[in-house]
Design a protein around this ligand. Structure first.
Ligand code: SF4
Length: 211
């Protein structure tokens, strides 16, 4: 499993309500909450960012397809909005997306572009199953090393380097299990298997020292 981005998107907040700095690969921008929610409206709120993601993905995907086809459609605009309802105790979110083309285009092109928009990567993501895995750290954990030993080997784990690829958990579930404490059971497999799995950690969060 590889992450989509080499570096994660990083968000930070201090005590100013609710100014958030988001760092992305080529710079940073401010996100905030609207004034009615107690923020300063200094930047887009989280739902606006979500809808912007869909709008920009739709537009980029359409532009790529139109250019590939050589169709004469110089301008495209997308309006996106959403509403939420609770049905049978489940939150149901509906996103409406209107696509406007700046010039008149044949119906068959419109239909094809509707299909293309429906398949843009963010559309697919929003309509698929999404898992959010959350881990908690505090600054003292940076550079912290946790050791797990049996009579032959010590496995060292650096939480700050662990990118939760899950490779160890899937590779050797008898040893690496995030639902258990401690999460590494050093007696759960042979030393040879543990060393082999530790060597597959993609980030260097896991290391071993043979005794
Ligand atoms: S320890 Fe390594 S392999 Fe295991 S989850 Fe963290 S980064 Fe992935």
């Amino acid at each position: 499993m590889n992450y989509k981005f080499e570096q994660p998107v990083v968000g930070e907040i201090g005590v100013q309500k609710y100014k958030i700095t988001i760092q992305w690969r080529n710079g940073q921008f401010i996100a905030d909450e609207p004034e009615k929610s107690g923020g300063g409206d200094l930047g887009p709120d989280p739902f606006t960012l979500l809808l912007s993601s869909l709008a920009s993905c739709t537009l980029a995907t359409l532009r790529m397809y139109i250019d590939k086809k050589g169709w004469d459609i110089p301008e495209i605009k997308v309006n996106v909005n959403m509403f939420q309802q609770t049905k049978n105790e489940k939150l149901l979110t509906t996103i409406d997306r209107d696509i406007h083309f700046g010039n008149d285009i044949p119906n068959e092109q419109k239909e094809r572009l509707l299909e293309i928009a429906g398949n843009c990567p963010v559309s697919r993501l929003l309509q698929a199953d999404v898992a959010i895995r959350t881990y908690v750290y505090h600054n003292e954990e940076v550079d912290k090393k946790l050791n797990y030993s049996n009579s032959e080997v010590t496995v060292e784990w650096r939480p700050d380097l662990c990118k939760h690829s899950g490779r160890c958990v899937h590779g050797l579930p008898g040893v690496f299990d995030v639902n258990k404490r401690p999460w590494i059971n050093i007696e759960g497999a042979t030393t040879e298997d543990i060393i082999s799995q530790v060597n597959k950690c993609p980030t260097g969060a896991l290391k071993h020292h043979k005794k």
